[in-house]
Design a protein around this ligand. Structure first.
Ligand SMILES: *Cc1c(COP(=O)(O)O)cnc(C)c1O
Length: 384
């Protein structure tokens, strides 16, 4: 075994970051390809950065975010948050009281954990279902939740979306939509309306999912509700700070619908190329992936490595030889070692897929040579 415990994972991450640093200093940032899909962006000009003071920053950028954010999300007012989870927590703190019911409909379980956790904090009774025929709104319900697109990018059926909102509003119950990736995935790729335009009272999106923004949340909705939630947000320090607000504003302005549509189409093209040499790659909505056990089963040589170790060695070869960053080398301890090539972020837009395919094949050929020598595998993962 090469990567055996959390300390090994910390060490492999330090090695990965040092490879990335050397690459940027000795070659260039442009020749690196971050295909993690998690490359939270921070677009800002020097003159904008000069305005990032505690009070001047919000005075300028929050005002502009009202206009740009409402265009992106709909609704009457927007509220920038530290994360999507912060917005979910604040909404539940503001609108849900003890012993009331919160019911949640989503296309596929599980829900994001921040929703049940927030309900538990206020002692509400929470239930979730992905079976529309089972979804009901009982008496004494304080909030109805809908997820627009799940963590795995499963998108809600539009008719069900509309019906749940109608059922809630028939009973005068507010609707909160967790539209973390959905605010873009649903609208741009699946041509669905914005959640607020469908009648949602509150909708929250994540500003680093499928757009070039920072980790953060943006809430939109009815003004009186947003004001009520904003009190909790400020009381508990859940708001986005000026640097994040600036980067959100510029992230939304630089969000390019065509690039997103292109990544959804290009993933099939990449899979077709990979299928010439491999059997086990699968598509995700925004790219392709291969699990550690599937990757190990592609190897034709015998070796003593675990499946995860095979995935770590492969991902380090991709990084060291081709500057391709995937999640396994840089991840925190305990994260999945599945290798994804995400085509939705900026480094992928100009990538030639035939070239990417060649790099993946060449890395795999090197993997077959390396796996038989455990010491060399250790060397590439830890640099010792
Ligand atoms: C990512 C995600 C969240 C949480 O976003 P954070 O910014 O990490 O708080 C919530 N819900 C869904 C469906 C998500 O995909």
């Amino acid at each position: 075994m090469i990567v055996n415990n959390s300390l090994d994972e910390v060490k492999k991450r330090e090695n990965a970051l040092s490879i990335i640093k050397d690459w940027v200093l000795n070659k260039s940032r442009e020749s690196l390809y971050d295909l993690t899909g998690l490359s939270g962006g921070f677009i800002a000009s020097p003159s904008e950065i000069d305005l990032l003071e505690t009070y001047v920053g919000p005075a300028i950028f929050e005002e502009e975010l009202q206009k740009v954010g409402i265009e992106h999300m709909g609704g009457e007012k927007v509220l920038p948050l530290n994360r999507t989870s912060s917005g979910i927590l604040a909404t539940i703190l503001a609108l849900v009281s003890e012993n009331t019911n919160v019911v949640h409909y989503l296309a596929e379980l599980p829900a994001h954990p921040s929703i049940p956790r927030s309900c538990a904090l206020v002692n509400a009774n929470y239930s979730e279902t992905d079976d529309f025929n089972e979804f009901t709104i009982p008496e004494n319900t304080s909030l109805v939740v809908i997820t627009g697109s799940t963590m795995d990018h499963k998108v809600i059926d539009l008719e069900n979306f509309k019906k749940v909102i109608e059922m809630a509003h028939d009973k005068n119950i507010p609707v909160m939509v967790d539209d973390a990736s959905g605010a873009r995935l649903r609208t741009v790729v699946f041509n669905q309306p914005k959640a607020c335009d469908l009648g949602a009272d509150i909708s929250i999106t994540s500003t680093d999912k499928l757009m070039p923004g920072p980790r953060g949340g943006l809430m939109a909705g009815r003004k009186e509700l947003i004001d009520e939630i904003k009190i909790k947000v400020n009381q508990f320090g859940l708001e986005a700070q000026p640097p994040a607000v600036l980067a959100m504003l510029n992230g939304i302005k630089n969000f390019n619908e065509e690039n997103l549509i292109k990544s959804f189409k290009r993933k099939d093209e990449l899979l077709n190329l990979l299928n010439q040499n491999f059997k086990k790659f699968q598509t995700t909505p925004t790219g392709v992936m291969i699990t550690p056990s599937d990757l190990a089963s592609e190897l034709k040589v015998s070796h003593n490595l675990s499946d995860n170790d095979v995935a770590f060695v492969f991902s380090f070869i991709l990084l060291k030889e081709h500057g391709i960053i995937t999640i396994p080398p840089v991840s925190m301890p305990g994260a999945s070692a599945t290798i994804r090539f995400d085509l939705s972020t900026s480094d992928a837009f100009n990538l030639d897929l035939e070239d990417l395919n060649k790099k993946i094949v060449s890395s795999f050929n090197n993997l077959e040579k390396l796996v038989i020598n455990e010491d060399e595998c250790r060397e590439i993962v830890f640099n010792f």
